[in-house]
Design a protein around this ligand. Structure first.
Ligand code: SF4
Length: 324
């Protein structure tokens, strides 16, 4: 039976907004506002939504890179939300993050070998000889040469830097990787190489991924299940085929209508998304999507839809499915 590796329960991350000379607390940016889901060992859960919907805040908060406002996160059944620094160090060995811009996490003055070696040192690999051997093995594992260890970040291409980002994450033998838009800054052909590398490593190392992206086509290539996020909340969650073949939420339907279909006999009607994403400081009443939804009803403006199962493993928050 598949075991739950990570379980998130009603997680919230609000950022205070202050004003005036005395930095008075006047409001909150509700970046993550009551999110629940789980990831099983070795699976990829895709998390998709427009930029600014709270995906990255969610990824950082569930790894305690940012402190949650409320809610709980269980890793292997243990609630990590109250863990102290020492316990968090233990978590960092198991759960790592890959960023969209690997450059930002690489010291421009340090060689690649030192950057990867630093992660090993933090986690107790103190012998220099052992560190070098591990660095070279990691470089080879992500498709680079051992000689890349002596290079500097500015000497590498975008795809090579992302491979370094993956090697750094792998240095501590993690079980979970939160990958935040790991290929969005790369050319399409390089994107495919990095996605294939991530899939190969998943097979070899039984890694679980939370794969965050704004592009549903990319998410669809790597994910076994997909969660759709809008304005701080998950509005639909299903296995990949269920979501692609039968999207239920009007927001998912709009996102999916923009995805290119390789089969020329299949056509999808494009559903344009009207208007801007509302402010997460004052989200709309009722259903947060009602200001942009082509199927909005009176009830949508007044009552918050419940996130409920419609089919096996297919959940949605939308009044169109009330009582179904
Ligand atoms: Fe649209 Fe109403 Fe469903 Fe929200 S609850 S997605 S506004 S139909």
């Amino acid at each position: 039976m598949e075991r739950k590796l990570l379980e998130v329960d009603n997680l919230k991350k609000h950022y205070p907004v202050t004003a005036g000379l005395f930095a008075r607390h006047v409001a909150d940016v509700k970046a993550v506002d009551g999110v629940s889901f789980f990831i099983t060992e070795g699976e990829t859960l895709g998390l998709v939504g427009e930029s600014g919907c709270g995906k990255s805040s969610l990824g950082r908060t569930l790894l305690r890179l940012e402190e949650p406002t409320s809610g709980q996160v269980f890793y292997k059944g243990r609630d990590i939300t109250a863990w102290n620094k020492k316990q968090l160090k233990e978590l960092r060995r198991e759960a790592q993050m890959i960023f969209q811009d690997p450059q930002s996490s690489l010291d421009p003055k340090a060689t690649i070998g030192d950057s990867i070696g630093e992660a090993l040192l933090i986690h107790g690999v103190t012998s220099e000889k052992e560190r070098l051997a591990r660095v070279e093995a990691l470089l080879q594992r992500v498709g680079l040469e051992p000689g890349h260890a002596t290079r500097y970040p500015h000497e590498l291409s975008g795809g090579q830097k992302q491979r370094i980002g993956i090697a750094r994450a792998l240095a501590v033998n993690p079980k979970l990787i939160v990958a935040d838009e790991p290929v969005s800054a790369l050319d399409v052909s390089v994107q495919a190489q990095i996605l294939n590398l991530m899939l190969d490593l998943q097979g070899e190392l039984s890694l679980a991924y939370l794969f965050i992206a704004h592009d549903l086509a990319v998410i669809g290539q790597v994910s076994s299940r997909i969660a759709v996020m809008y304005l701080g909340q998950i509005v639909e969650l299903a296995d990949r085929d269920g979501l692609f073949q039968r999207p239920l939420h009007p927001y998912t339907q709009a996102l999916l209508s923009a995805v290119f279909l390789p089969d020329p006999h299949r056509k999808r009607q494009h559903i344009p998304l009207a208007g801007e994403v509302p402010s997460p400081i004052a989200p709309p009443s009722g259903c947060r999507f009602h200001t942009r939804c082509p199927r909005v009803m009176k009830v949508c403006r007044q009552e918050t839809p419940i996130f409920q199962p419609i089919d096996k493993d297919h959940l949605v928050a939308c009044h169109l499915y009330d009582g179904k």
